[in-house]
Design a protein. Structure first.
Lengths: 354, 354
DNA sequence: TTGAAAGCGCTAACAT
DNA sequence: ATGTTAGCGCTTTCAA
């Protein structure tokens, strides 16, 4: 009736060898004769052995150190959320002997990124979670990690050439398309749509452009109304920033704003509110405290949730699965492009995943 | 540096008693002298003991049987998805000695619900996951479960009086509000909106009415355009069903349809397509195969995802946490009200959670 | 009422 | 190359 799970001991008995030998075969640790190997594999093919991961973890009794490399949470609420995910993972795994160490770099300083990564390399962790926001600086870093055979997981920004253990994040091109769809919905008068990249350092932001491409592609393909799509790179620290923005808002044909960054979304909302242009549609990113306020007030119409917190905590989980449970992890874990509105936002905040 | 986790053995040493005694205190199994109790609790207050759940589970070496009660998956694709969640949970937990048994009842037959629940009661499982779709019949069943002290978890339909271990599902009233919001978005001409309850047995569907209430409430509060909101209970098996529907679609002032069930969404979409009224907005429920086709084709505009699969698998997880890991579970686990569109649907399907 | 000890399934060190 | 064995932290039985 209740078929007991097969244990290593059972395999050993069936194959006529000892548990030690079975274990060596299972993890190909070598030092096993061809005959023994053959006998064990023969048995393994017959039965469906599923190791008890609890016992495996308990038995191996190892401690792992995982390094998490990300921008300073104090510089940006987006990264503050990612940091929360790390903290959560820290707590979750601490009791199983997993130690998560945080390595922060300056969001605006590529040099600091490099230095931090080097520090991590010297610390020789067993696994690495990294947000590789600087493309060019990241490539040689990956080389370094590979030299020491340290598994690393990318999150937030994908760099396929990295050959990382896995990537966790979203499809940015599609994200732009979702933004466009939300922008387009129910628009019936032609006019201007603006894509705003509001960031203090736009230089290397290929990922923002990826969103813009998706956004434009959607309108090329789908929209029945002829929109004029313009884009701006804006630096909120720039003294002329608000004037620039005001000029944009003065255009009576302006129908909507698509802001590609989470922090930028709040900035844009504040100005839109200030100049009373709440009739235009505002689509932006992420459940930052400030964004929530504007969403509830009706200034922001839609937020696309990138879920940095879950990205980070799942990144750690993937590393744990790999290191501790010796479980396979998916090469890419693409998160759903969650659409947040005034009416469903509370259900997201309350759902515990966030 | 790396502070080791505190173990029972450590507590025992600090309190000057044996591990057996500590264990008895921890799980108040009794048979411990006031002095011993006092010594142990004193230590416990000083330190932050977090039991190693892996070891706990491995050590206790128990097998648990969990019964899952839900409507026959063959009758409705929605329940087929819930069933997938059960299957997934079965596989996930099998290796840890958790056995999940399926008990199906006829979706349209309250008697069958009762009989099935009684069978479960006689089988004396260690835990129960149940979709209590029939309110009145469910109440005495809960009484039965409570008699044998069997923990049970509700999913899909909430019955607060049940005093269940927990409920997993969505806030239906808010779900209706989300539906209304999506319906309202960008509508600029006044007209008629129809709420459709398409079901073979509407009698007991308080939960559908809850959605309708939310829907109406939203429009009362928010909408600037004056809409006429009408509602219909329709049975697709009824010979006059299509005619009724056609009459509805012939109304040129019809602006949108809000369908409260997942299966009904596909039915409605097929008729809307057939009579070429794709200009009206269609908001429905769930990522059923058929619904996906209509969403991709642009007939359905929005789907609200109830995620039956994850509801079911999480329900099992909660029971496992309770029985095996002795972990607390949240009294209610309200899922986010996910908004699915043509542009983000693939990201949901690919994300592995679904 | 208490403590000692065996055992859960697996790992890894240690003889052989 | 192979088998034996002592743990991992916790539960649970059993003798005292």
């Amino acid at each position: 009736m209740v078929e007991k799970n097969i244990r290593i001991k059972d395999i050993a008995r069936l194959a006529g060898v000892s548990v030690g030998t079975v274990d060596r075969v299972l993890h190909n640790r070598g030092r096993v004769s061809p005959e023994a190997l053959q006998k064990v594999t023969a048995v393994m093919e017959q039965i469906d052995y599923k190791p008890n991961l609890l016992a495996r973890t308990l038995g191996s009794n190892k401690n792992y150190r995982i390094a998490a490399i990300l921008p300073d949470p104090n510089q940006d609420p987006y990264w503050a959320q990612a940091n929360l995910g790390i903290t959560q993972a820290q707590l979750e795994w601490a009791q199983y002997g997993i130690q998560v160490e945080l390595f922060l770099f300056d969001l605006l300083d590529r040099d600091s990124f490099q230095k931090t990564a080097h520090r991590v390399h010297l610390a020789r962790p067993d696994g690495i979670l990294i947000a590789p926001t600087f493309y060019h600086e990241a490539l040689p870093i990956f080389e370094l990690f590979r030299e020491t055979d340290t598994p690393f997981v990318l999150f937030n920004t994908n760099i396929p050439e990295a050959k990382s253990l896995s990537f966790i994040g979203q499809n940015l091109h599609q994200s732009g398309r979702v933004g466009a769809e939300l922008m387009n919905l129910g628009q019936h008068e032609k006019g201007t749509l603006a894509v705003l990249h509001i960031d203090e350092d736009i230089q290397d932001s290929v990922h923002l452009l990826e969103k813009e491409r998706g956004f434009r592609e959607y309108f090329k393909e789908k929209s029945k109304v002829a929109f004029d799509i313009v884009d701006f790179n804006m630096n909120p620290k720039d003294p002329s920033f608000e004037d620039q923005f005001k000029t944009l808002l003065d255009d009576k044909s302006l129908r909507g704003l698509f802001v590609s960054t989470s922090k930028g979304t709040a900035v844009a909302a504040s100005i839109v509110e200030k100049y009373g242009r709440q009739d235009i549609r505002l689509v932006g990113y992420d459940l930052l405290e400030e964004n929530l306020r504007y969403l509830r007030a009706g200034v922001i119409d839609f937020l696309i949730n990138q879920n940095p917190k879950r990205q980070a905590s799942l990144g750690i989980s993937h590393l744990v699965n790999h290191l501790m449970f010796k479980k396979g992890t998916p090469a890419t874990d693409l998160f759903p492009l969650e659409v947040i509105t005034q009416q469903n936002v509370e259900s997201y905040l309350g759902s515990g995943i966030h």
